[in-house]
Design a protein around this ligand. Structure first.
Ligand code: AVJ
Length: 322
């Protein structure tokens, strides 16, 4: 990354922190959880006994790998397998192995804004699965999708895993799906994970683990402000709080100020006042059911053609076309 890009990034962070902490009620975007420390904490979250999402999706891949890739059958002679948001590739590797075994001709293209994440994954795949063609792509999802349409006219299967769409409230999820739809040709497919509505306690536990990793993850946004914007948040003066509304299916994370306090953020020349028990809203993790997914996709010009779920119906992956 050159210094010019860096400056643009920092100023977006500055601008959004300023907006969120001068708003009423206060908020910060969950996209700012993820720096090097946050990435590591999220890795730990995925290992937590309470955080069922990753295991459920992994099991769906394990149990259904051959059925899933049968859905890509007509693309066998050549397609791009694009993944928006490249994780550690643990789940994707199951599919890659199956595709290889069945003789599909494909290029795997992990897309992420983090050069670090993409490089790590590409290196790992070079070692573990040297025969798979991998082309990492750095950038914002839609920018890269756009670029791909100009470079390659092959069929696309676009994967969005981990219920990452759950960070978006429905109107923004529809925006996202509409943009996906625009980047697709008529035969292209989307394969997307949606965490399902379930016992409310199970959702609350997943986002409020006993060991406090999720609390640390949530507070990491404050540490980032301290580090990057010369802030002086006392992170211990805030507590992690989780809510889940079974009607809307929305889990929400907050940081709650345990006392009346004032925080300085020097790079923004900003003083932020907190009343005792005032909150900062930091994340939503939306839960879905078939009807909601059907509604979201139809609103976006897409349609669900198949779905795969784990044995508890905690989580589902949907196959979607234009
Ligand atoms: C990566 C957005 C899917 O909302 O479940 C995990 C992030 N936040 N624990 C989620 C997260 C708190 C996660 N997503």
């Amino acid at each position: 990354m050159n210094s010019k890009d860096q400056k643009v990034l920092v100023s977006t962070f500055e601008k959004e922190v300023y907006e969120g902490l001068t708003a009423f009620p206060k908020y910060l975007s969950s996209k700012y959880f993820y720096d090097e420390v946050g990435d590591e904490l999220f890795q730990q979250i995925m290992e937590l006994p309470e955080y069922y999402l990753t295991r459920a999706e992994y099991n769906i891949f394990k149990e259904n790998a051959s059925a899933i890739i049968e859905s890509f059958d007509k693309y066998k002679k050549g397609f791009d397998l694009i993944e928006l948001g490249a994780g550690d590739g643990k789940k994707t590797k199951i599919l890659l192995k199956e595709l290889q075994k069945k003789g599909y001709d494909f290029t795997y293209m992990p897309i992420d804004i983090s050069q670090n994440a993409v490089d790590g994954l590409v290196k790992n795949l070079d070692l573990e699965m040297p025969d798979v063609l991998v082309q990492g792509q750095i950038g914002e999802y839609f920018e890269v999708l756009d670029r791909l349409n100009h470079i390659s006219d092959r069929k696309k299967v676009i994967m969005v895993l981990g219920s990452n769409i759950g960070n978006l409230l429905h109107p923004r999820a529809i925006q996202f799906l509409k943009k996906l739809c625009n980047a697709m040709h008529s035969d292209d497919l989307v394969f997307m994970g949606f965490d399902q509505k379930k016992h409310p306690q199970k959702v609350l536990d997943a986002y409020n683990d006993k060991t406090g990793v999720t609390a640390k993850f949530n507070k990491n946004v404050l540490s980032r402000i301290n580090k990057e914007l010369r802030g002086n948040f006392d992170v211990d003066a805030f507590m992690h709080w989780e809510t889940y509304d079974p009607e809307s299916g929305t889990a929400k994370s907050y940081l709650v100020s345990k006392k009346k306090q004032t925080v300085d953020i020097d790079s923004l020349s900003l003083q932020v006042h907190f009343e005792a028990w005032e909150s900062i809203h930091t994340e939503i993790s939306q839960k879905y059911d078939d009807d909601i997914v059907k509604w979201l996709t139809e609103e976006s010009g897409l349609k669900v053609v198949n779905s795969f779920s784990d044995e508890n119906n905690d989580y589902k992956n949907y196959l979607i076309t234009k």
